[in-house]
Design a protein around this ligand. Sequence first.
Ligand code: AHR
Length: 325
Amino acid sequence: MFKKTLIAVMAASALALTACGGGTQAASGGGADKKIVMGFAQVGAESGWRTANTKSVQESAKTAGVDLKFSDAQQKQENQIKAIRSYIQQKVDVIAFSPVVESGWDTVLKEAKDAKIPVILTDRAVDSADKSLYKTFLGSDFVLEGKKAGEWLVGDSKSASGTVNIVEIQGTTGSAPANDRKQGFEEAIKADPKLKIIASQSGDFTRSGGKQVMEAFLKNNPKIDVVFAHNDDEGLGAIEAIEAAGKVPGKDIKIITIDAVKDGMTALSAGKINYIVECSPLLGTQLMDLAKKVLAGETVPERVVTEETTFTQEQATKALPTRQY
Ligand code: AHR
Protein backbone atom coordinates (compact mmCIF):
# COMPACT_ATOMS: atom_id res chain seq x y z
CA MET A 1 0.00 0.00 0.00
CA PHE A 2 2.82 2.39 1.12
CA LYS A 3 4.83 1.45 -1.97
CA LYS A 4 1.86 2.18 -4.25
CA THR A 5 1.28 5.60 -2.63
CA LEU A 6 4.99 6.44 -2.93
CA ILE A 7 4.97 5.59 -6.65
CA ALA A 8 1.85 7.72 -7.17
CA VAL A 9 3.42 10.70 -5.35
CA MET A 10 6.64 10.37 -7.38
CA ALA A 11 4.70 10.18 -10.63
CA ALA A 12 2.66 13.27 -9.72
CA SER A 13 5.81 15.22 -8.83
CA ALA A 14 7.43 14.22 -12.12
CA LEU A 15 4.33 15.39 -13.99
CA ALA A 16 4.30 18.71 -12.14
CA LEU A 17 7.96 19.24 -12.95
CA THR A 18 7.36 18.54 -16.63
CA ALA A 19 4.44 20.97 -16.66
CA CYS A 20 6.51 23.73 -15.08
CA GLY A 21 9.87 23.17 -16.66
CA GLY A 22 9.16 21.58 -20.01
CA GLY A 23 8.24 23.31 -23.23
CA THR A 24 7.87 27.04 -23.30
CA GLN A 25 7.36 29.63 -20.64
CA ALA A 26 5.92 33.10 -20.72
CA ALA A 27 8.16 35.81 -22.13
CA SER A 28 7.42 37.79 -18.99
CA GLY A 29 9.09 35.00 -16.99
CA GLY A 30 12.51 36.41 -17.92
CA GLY A 31 15.42 34.65 -19.62
CA ALA A 32 16.55 35.28 -23.18
CA ASP A 33 15.40 31.93 -24.55
CA LYS A 34 11.82 32.24 -23.28
CA LYS A 35 9.29 31.93 -26.05
CA ILE A 36 6.32 34.28 -26.32
CA VAL A 37 3.10 32.42 -25.62
CA MET A 38 0.16 33.60 -27.73
CA GLY A 39 -3.42 32.46 -27.23
CA PHE A 40 -5.27 32.71 -30.54
CA ALA A 41 -9.07 32.41 -30.63
CA GLN A 42 -10.06 31.76 -34.24
CA VAL A 43 -13.60 32.25 -35.61
CA GLY A 44 -13.92 28.75 -37.10
CA ALA A 45 -13.30 27.02 -40.41
CA GLU A 46 -16.26 28.43 -42.33
CA SER A 47 -14.53 29.40 -45.56
CA GLY A 48 -11.49 28.97 -47.78
CA TRP A 49 -10.38 32.37 -46.50
CA ARG A 50 -10.51 31.19 -42.90
CA THR A 51 -8.49 28.04 -43.65
CA ALA A 52 -5.82 30.18 -45.33
CA ASN A 53 -5.84 32.60 -42.40
CA THR A 54 -5.37 29.81 -39.85
CA LYS A 55 -2.48 28.39 -41.89
CA SER A 56 -0.87 31.83 -42.10
CA VAL A 57 -1.11 32.38 -38.32
CA GLN A 58 0.18 28.89 -37.47
CA GLU A 59 3.09 28.99 -39.92
CA SER A 60 4.08 32.54 -38.96
CA ALA A 61 4.07 31.61 -35.26
CA LYS A 62 6.48 28.77 -36.00
CA THR A 63 8.76 31.01 -38.05
CA ALA A 64 8.70 33.74 -35.39
CA GLY A 65 9.38 31.27 -32.57
CA VAL A 66 6.05 32.01 -30.91
CA ASP A 67 4.35 29.25 -28.89
CA LEU A 68 0.82 29.36 -30.28
CA LYS A 69 -2.19 28.07 -28.37
CA PHE A 70 -4.94 27.78 -30.94
CA SER A 71 -8.70 27.34 -30.56
CA ASP A 72 -11.52 27.13 -33.11
CA ALA A 73 -14.79 28.71 -31.91
CA GLN A 74 -16.95 27.11 -34.60
CA GLN A 75 -18.45 30.53 -35.31
CA LYS A 76 -19.89 30.82 -31.80
CA GLN A 77 -19.15 33.86 -29.65
CA GLU A 78 -19.58 31.92 -26.40
CA ASN A 79 -16.84 29.49 -27.49
CA GLN A 80 -14.50 32.39 -28.22
CA ILE A 81 -15.20 33.97 -24.84
CA LYS A 82 -14.47 30.62 -23.15
CA ALA A 83 -11.20 30.30 -25.10
CA ILE A 84 -10.11 33.83 -24.11
CA ARG A 85 -10.93 33.13 -20.43
CA SER A 86 -8.88 29.95 -20.59
CA TYR A 87 -5.93 31.89 -22.08
CA ILE A 88 -6.22 34.38 -19.22
CA GLN A 89 -6.17 31.50 -16.72
CA GLN A 90 -3.14 30.01 -18.43
CA LYS A 91 -1.43 33.43 -18.12
CA VAL A 92 -0.38 33.57 -21.78
CA ASP A 93 1.73 36.58 -22.77
CA VAL A 94 -0.62 37.92 -25.42
CA ILE A 95 -4.08 37.12 -26.74
CA ALA A 96 -5.05 37.56 -30.39
CA PHE A 97 -8.48 36.94 -31.78
CA SER A 98 -10.76 37.52 -34.70
CA PRO A 99 -14.16 38.33 -33.16
CA VAL A 100 -17.07 36.33 -34.61
CA VAL A 101 -19.40 39.32 -34.10
CA GLU A 102 -18.73 42.97 -33.26
CA SER A 103 -20.64 43.38 -29.98
CA GLY A 104 -20.47 41.89 -26.51
CA TRP A 105 -16.74 41.79 -25.78
CA ASP A 106 -16.25 44.43 -23.08
CA THR A 107 -16.45 42.11 -20.04
CA VAL A 108 -13.95 39.52 -21.24
CA LEU A 109 -11.62 42.20 -22.64
CA LYS A 110 -11.67 43.93 -19.23
CA GLU A 111 -10.75 40.61 -17.62
CA ALA A 112 -7.73 40.36 -19.93
CA LYS A 113 -6.76 43.96 -19.19
CA ASP A 114 -7.04 43.39 -15.42
CA ALA A 115 -4.79 40.34 -15.83
CA LYS A 116 -2.35 42.61 -17.72
CA ILE A 117 -2.50 40.47 -20.84
CA PRO A 118 -2.45 42.59 -24.00
CA VAL A 119 -5.04 41.80 -26.68
CA ILE A 120 -4.58 42.19 -30.43
CA LEU A 121 -7.58 42.16 -32.74
CA THR A 122 -6.94 40.49 -36.04
CA ASP A 123 -9.14 40.40 -39.14
CA ARG A 124 -12.38 41.63 -37.48
CA ALA A 125 -13.16 44.54 -35.20
CA VAL A 126 -15.17 44.91 -31.99
CA ASP A 127 -17.50 47.85 -31.36
CA SER A 128 -16.22 48.56 -27.80
CA ALA A 129 -16.12 52.28 -27.05
CA ASP A 130 -13.13 51.73 -24.75
CA LYS A 131 -10.20 51.47 -27.14
CA SER A 132 -7.81 50.75 -24.25
CA LEU A 133 -9.23 47.21 -24.13
CA TYR A 134 -7.00 46.18 -27.03
CA LYS A 135 -3.61 47.29 -28.31
CA THR A 136 -4.17 47.33 -32.04
CA PHE A 137 -6.43 46.05 -34.79
CA LEU A 138 -4.85 44.39 -37.83
CA GLY A 139 -7.07 43.65 -40.83
CA SER A 140 -8.89 44.79 -43.95
CA ASP A 141 -11.03 47.85 -44.52
CA PHE A 142 -14.33 46.02 -45.05
CA VAL A 143 -16.29 49.19 -45.91
CA LEU A 144 -13.83 49.88 -48.70
CA GLU A 145 -14.21 46.30 -49.96
CA GLY A 146 -17.99 46.73 -50.19
CA LYS A 147 -17.47 50.07 -51.92
CA LYS A 148 -15.16 48.57 -54.53
CA ALA A 149 -17.76 45.87 -55.26
CA GLY A 150 -20.50 48.51 -55.67
CA GLU A 151 -18.35 50.79 -57.80
CA TRP A 152 -17.62 47.99 -60.23
CA LEU A 153 -21.34 47.32 -60.56
CA VAL A 154 -22.09 51.00 -61.17
CA GLY A 155 -19.58 50.97 -64.04
CA ASP A 156 -20.75 47.64 -65.41
CA SER A 157 -24.45 48.66 -65.39
CA LYS A 158 -23.98 51.98 -67.20
CA SER A 159 -25.53 50.74 -70.41
CA ALA A 160 -28.34 48.71 -68.75
CA SER A 161 -31.80 50.03 -69.60
CA GLY A 162 -34.29 49.04 -66.86
CA THR A 163 -33.91 48.40 -63.14
CA VAL A 164 -31.01 46.14 -62.15
CA ASN A 165 -32.27 43.73 -59.49
CA ILE A 166 -29.58 42.78 -56.97
CA VAL A 167 -29.74 40.06 -54.34
CA GLU A 168 -27.28 40.25 -51.48
CA ILE A 169 -25.93 37.21 -49.61
CA GLN A 170 -24.62 38.67 -46.39
CA GLY A 171 -21.89 37.25 -44.18
CA THR A 172 -22.44 36.20 -40.56
CA THR A 173 -25.09 38.41 -38.96
CA GLY A 174 -23.52 40.97 -36.62
CA SER A 175 -19.98 40.41 -37.87
CA ALA A 176 -17.81 43.36 -38.87
CA PRO A 177 -17.31 42.20 -42.48
CA ALA A 178 -21.05 41.68 -43.00
CA ASN A 179 -21.96 45.06 -41.48
CA ASP A 180 -19.23 46.99 -43.25
CA ARG A 181 -19.40 45.36 -46.67
CA LYS A 182 -23.13 45.96 -46.76
CA GLN A 183 -22.60 49.60 -45.82
CA GLY A 184 -19.86 50.17 -48.41
CA PHE A 185 -21.79 48.46 -51.20
CA GLU A 186 -25.00 50.40 -50.47
CA GLU A 187 -23.08 53.69 -50.40
CA ALA A 188 -21.50 52.99 -53.79
CA ILE A 189 -24.63 51.87 -55.65
CA LYS A 190 -26.46 55.03 -54.58
CA ALA A 191 -24.66 56.61 -57.55
CA ASP A 192 -27.13 54.89 -59.88
CA PRO A 193 -30.84 54.81 -58.90
CA LYS A 194 -31.57 51.91 -61.24
CA LEU A 195 -29.49 49.59 -59.01
CA LYS A 196 -31.88 48.05 -56.46
CA ILE A 197 -31.27 45.49 -53.71
CA ILE A 198 -34.47 43.42 -53.84
CA ALA A 199 -33.50 40.81 -51.23
CA SER A 200 -30.78 40.41 -48.60
CA GLN A 201 -30.09 37.47 -46.29
CA SER A 202 -27.21 35.91 -44.38
CA GLY A 203 -25.40 32.88 -45.79
CA ASP A 204 -23.08 32.82 -42.74
CA PHE A 205 -19.98 33.01 -44.96
CA THR A 206 -20.37 29.34 -45.96
CA ARG A 207 -20.85 27.63 -49.31
CA SER A 208 -23.90 25.69 -48.10
CA GLY A 209 -25.37 28.89 -46.65
CA GLY A 210 -24.86 30.72 -49.96
CA LYS A 211 -26.51 27.87 -51.88
CA GLN A 212 -29.53 27.72 -49.57
CA VAL A 213 -30.09 31.48 -49.59
CA MET A 214 -29.74 31.63 -53.38
CA GLU A 215 -32.24 28.80 -53.85
CA ALA A 216 -34.79 30.77 -51.84
CA PHE A 217 -34.00 33.99 -53.74
CA LEU A 218 -34.51 32.21 -57.07
CA LYS A 219 -37.82 30.77 -55.91
CA ASN A 220 -39.20 34.11 -54.76
CA ASN A 221 -37.81 36.51 -57.36
CA PRO A 222 -38.51 35.97 -61.06
CA LYS A 223 -35.94 38.56 -62.19
CA ILE A 224 -32.51 38.54 -60.56
CA ASP A 225 -29.74 40.33 -62.45
CA VAL A 226 -26.90 40.41 -59.92
CA VAL A 227 -25.70 38.56 -56.83
CA PHE A 228 -23.51 40.41 -54.36
CA ALA A 229 -22.07 37.74 -52.05
CA HIS A 230 -20.04 38.86 -49.04
CA ASN A 231 -17.43 36.15 -49.67
CA ASP A 232 -16.29 33.70 -52.35
CA ASP A 233 -17.72 30.65 -50.61
CA GLU A 234 -21.23 32.09 -50.58
CA GLY A 235 -20.80 33.04 -54.24
CA LEU A 236 -19.70 29.50 -55.08
CA GLY A 237 -22.79 28.14 -53.31
CA ALA A 238 -24.93 30.60 -55.29
CA ILE A 239 -23.38 29.32 -58.54
CA GLU A 240 -24.55 25.78 -57.66
CA ALA A 241 -28.10 27.04 -57.02
CA ILE A 242 -28.15 29.11 -60.24
CA GLU A 243 -26.95 26.18 -62.34
CA ALA A 244 -29.47 23.85 -60.70
CA ALA A 245 -32.19 26.36 -61.68
CA GLY A 246 -31.08 26.05 -65.32
CA LYS A 247 -29.46 29.50 -65.54
CA VAL A 248 -25.92 30.48 -66.45
CA PRO A 249 -23.91 32.12 -63.64
CA GLY A 250 -21.88 35.08 -64.84
CA LYS A 251 -24.18 35.60 -67.84
CA ASP A 252 -27.89 35.30 -66.91
CA ILE A 253 -27.01 36.43 -63.40
CA LYS A 254 -23.81 38.37 -62.69
CA ILE A 255 -21.90 37.59 -59.53
CA ILE A 256 -19.64 39.79 -57.41
CA THR A 257 -17.79 38.36 -54.41
CA ILE A 258 -15.10 39.25 -51.88
CA ASP A 259 -11.91 37.34 -50.84
CA ALA A 260 -10.15 36.05 -53.99
CA VAL A 261 -9.31 32.58 -52.68
CA LYS A 262 -8.23 30.00 -55.29
CA ASP A 263 -11.70 28.47 -55.77
CA GLY A 264 -13.23 31.91 -56.25
CA MET A 265 -10.50 32.97 -58.66
CA THR A 266 -10.97 29.74 -60.64
CA ALA A 267 -14.69 30.49 -61.00
CA LEU A 268 -13.88 34.08 -62.01
CA SER A 269 -11.39 32.88 -64.58
CA ALA A 270 -14.06 30.50 -65.96
CA GLY A 271 -16.54 33.40 -66.25
CA LYS A 272 -18.92 32.11 -63.56
CA ILE A 273 -18.08 35.04 -61.25
CA ASN A 274 -17.73 38.49 -62.81
CA TYR A 275 -15.66 40.43 -60.28
CA ILE A 276 -13.82 39.75 -57.02
CA VAL A 277 -12.59 42.21 -54.41
CA GLU A 278 -9.57 40.86 -52.59
CA CYS A 279 -9.51 40.36 -48.81
CA SER A 280 -6.14 39.02 -47.72
CA PRO A 281 -6.01 36.26 -45.08
CA LEU A 282 -2.22 36.39 -44.90
CA LEU A 283 -2.07 38.26 -41.61
CA GLY A 284 0.23 35.92 -39.68
CA THR A 285 3.60 37.63 -40.14
CA GLN A 286 2.26 41.08 -39.27
CA LEU A 287 0.44 39.65 -36.27
CA MET A 288 3.62 38.08 -34.86
CA ASP A 289 5.57 41.32 -35.43
CA LEU A 290 2.91 43.35 -33.66
CA ALA A 291 2.81 40.91 -30.73
CA LYS A 292 6.59 41.14 -30.30
CA LYS A 293 6.48 44.94 -30.39
CA VAL A 294 3.60 45.15 -27.92
CA LEU A 295 5.41 42.83 -25.50
CA ALA A 296 8.63 44.82 -25.89
CA GLY A 297 6.72 47.91 -24.79
CA GLU A 298 7.00 49.57 -28.21
CA THR A 299 4.22 51.81 -29.51
CA VAL A 300 2.18 50.21 -32.25
CA PRO A 301 -0.37 51.90 -34.51
CA GLU A 302 -3.93 51.65 -33.26
CA ARG A 303 -5.01 50.39 -36.70
CA VAL A 304 -3.03 48.43 -39.31
CA VAL A 305 -4.90 48.14 -42.62
CA THR A 306 -4.18 45.31 -45.03
CA GLU A 307 -3.32 46.19 -48.63
CA GLU A 308 -5.68 44.67 -51.18
CA THR A 309 -6.61 44.73 -54.84
CA THR A 310 -9.48 43.67 -57.14
CA PHE A 311 -9.76 41.11 -59.96
CA THR A 312 -11.52 40.95 -63.31
CA GLN A 313 -11.72 37.68 -65.27
CA GLU A 314 -8.52 38.47 -67.19
CA GLN A 315 -6.61 39.47 -64.08
CA ALA A 316 -7.74 36.30 -62.27
CA THR A 317 -6.50 34.09 -65.11
CA LYS A 318 -3.10 35.80 -64.89
CA ALA A 319 -2.89 35.66 -61.09
CA LEU A 320 -4.08 32.07 -60.60
CA PRO A 321 -0.83 30.17 -61.28
CA THR A 322 0.98 31.97 -58.45
CA ARG A 323 -1.94 32.48 -56.08
CA GLN A 324 -0.89 31.53 -52.55
CA TYR A 325 -4.31 30.70 -51.14
O1 AHR B 1 -13.51 38.20 -41.69
C1 AHR B 1 -13.13 37.87 -42.97
C2 AHR B 1 -14.21 37.10 -43.65
O2 AHR B 1 -14.54 35.96 -42.89
C3 AHR B 1 -13.88 36.56 -45.02
O3 AHR B 1 -14.25 37.41 -46.05
C4 AHR B 1 -14.74 35.36 -45.07
O4 AHR B 1 -14.46 34.49 -46.13
C5 AHR B 1 -14.52 34.82 -43.72
O5 AHR B 1 -15.27 33.78 -43.35
